[in-house]
Design a protein around this ligand. Sequence first.
Ligand code: SF4
Length: 590
Amino acid sequence: MDRLLPRVLRVDLTRKRSWVEERPDLFRDRLGGTGAAIELLHELCPEGADPLGPENPIVFAVGALSALYPLASKTVALFKSPHTGNLGESHCGGRTAFALRLAGYGALAIEGRSDVPVYLSIHDGGVRFRDARTLWGMGSSVTVGRILRDVEPGSGHRTILRIGRAGERGVTYAAAIAETYRHFGRLGLGAVLGSKNLKAIVVSGQGAIPVAEMGRYQKLYRELHERAVRSDLMKKYHELGTAQNVGPLNEMGALPVRNLQATRYPEEPAFSGERLAQGYLGRRLACAGCPVACIHLAALREPHPEEPYFYKTTFVSYDHEPLYALGAMLGVEEAAGVLKLIDAVGHVGLDAMTAGVVLAWATEAFDTGLITERETGGVRPRWGDVAVYREMVRRIADRDSEFYRVLGEGVRAAAARYGGAEFALHFGGNEMPGYHTGPGALLTYLAGARHSHLDSAGYAVDQDLLRRGEELAPPDLARRLLAEEARRQVLSSLVICFFARGLYDFPTIAACLGALGDDWDEGRLRNLGAEVLRRKHAFKVREGFRLATLPIPERAMTTPAPGGAVDEEYLRQALAEMERWLEGNDGLEG
Ligand code: SF4
């Protein structure tokens, strides 16, 4: 391990102080990323902390391979989530990982609360607390980024993270935005930053990372780069991006439509990857250090309302999850409408996935009479009505009234206040991702450390079993998912993009670390994955999370997945098995 990775930059916003701590104990055996960050969170976050109080820390971390190997391009953020009340974990690409690593830090931990809005400016080993009062309250997060781009140094080597109005006002699913098109989307990092009066963080770094065996490193780098750009492993991400999932999921009846009242459109949706690429794709982008460039930007061209031949062109980044949540989930029919909604949530700084599911809950609640125009302030939510949804997004971000304030806390809070729990699509408080493929997906959402489809990829297991015509007993499915989630903890500790999971198997990771002078083997990596997963679960349990009593949304069981309706008893048996393993009672290792 090089001497730079274990450096943790600590920032105390209350006292406007910063200092560096050397923590080889955290990085040597955990590789960095999630492995190191979960330990820091256990240390720095007091039990029962108010997620929006100054005592809730934010830990950003990168890993041993960051800025060195292809696709080791992400940063993790860990904090106590204001949305679920337990573990908040979010991953983001862009340039954050490069900037932090080349600035000479493995982690950045932010604590306290500033008395006035500030942004952090971190360059050349110095931390400055800059007045952000003129940025606070700005209509668009894009404008904030543009201003900081002009006034801050480090162009080309820096990251610009910022929040929008939703984060300032404590919407519990507010996002933090990096480099305009990348997000720390889920679980409310934006709200935690807002609660600290921290509008933005700018970091630049131009250092160099020492490499123990340069020849071996260069050879490995070339091989990985070649495989990333020439083999079929990454091709689909470059060509259509994850938007390519929309069509097949629709065809197989696994795309949640209109609050999961249905699972397909009669025909291929207008916002499928193929149709967006043909009609809208303007350009592709890549995170720093990635040769794949999966970020697809649509050029949305809108005519001037009065002037002929005048157009406004907006670039909107799209992938499967926002298309599902702000398209299918809301029954939107036209591609331009979905893109406009994605753009609207980006401007105010909301998590697109949660925002879509919240709007879907509100539409069904309005349809069934649980809420009326009295609550909505005269707005009539209606499937597919993009103009109305844009207006609601604005009101949620502004916390416009009691109703929109509650909507700003997600569907669990909305159903607790107004009813409709049976169609509130949340899993442990986090809103449903875009795959209704079967029990594997539901178990991932329920039991995954961050309730994300990416935790253990049950959606892929479901599709694999369907293809083979096989079924697994609940304990077997539970173990298969846990094994995958444990494996992914190693990727998260190195903060490798999950799209490169086929590229980075354990022997390859061990070889990459070996070239840097770190001695790891497959067994040690496997143990690390299991340990990190258990430490995450332990944090959740510490904060009151219980798998055994976790509510399962009724709608997710009554609306059949492609293999048929999912049985609650099946899920409960699998969850019990997962709990035994996560709490270490069955002696399993890895
Ligand atoms: S594949 Fe996409 S998300 Fe992953 S690092 Fe590359 S550009 Fe970023």
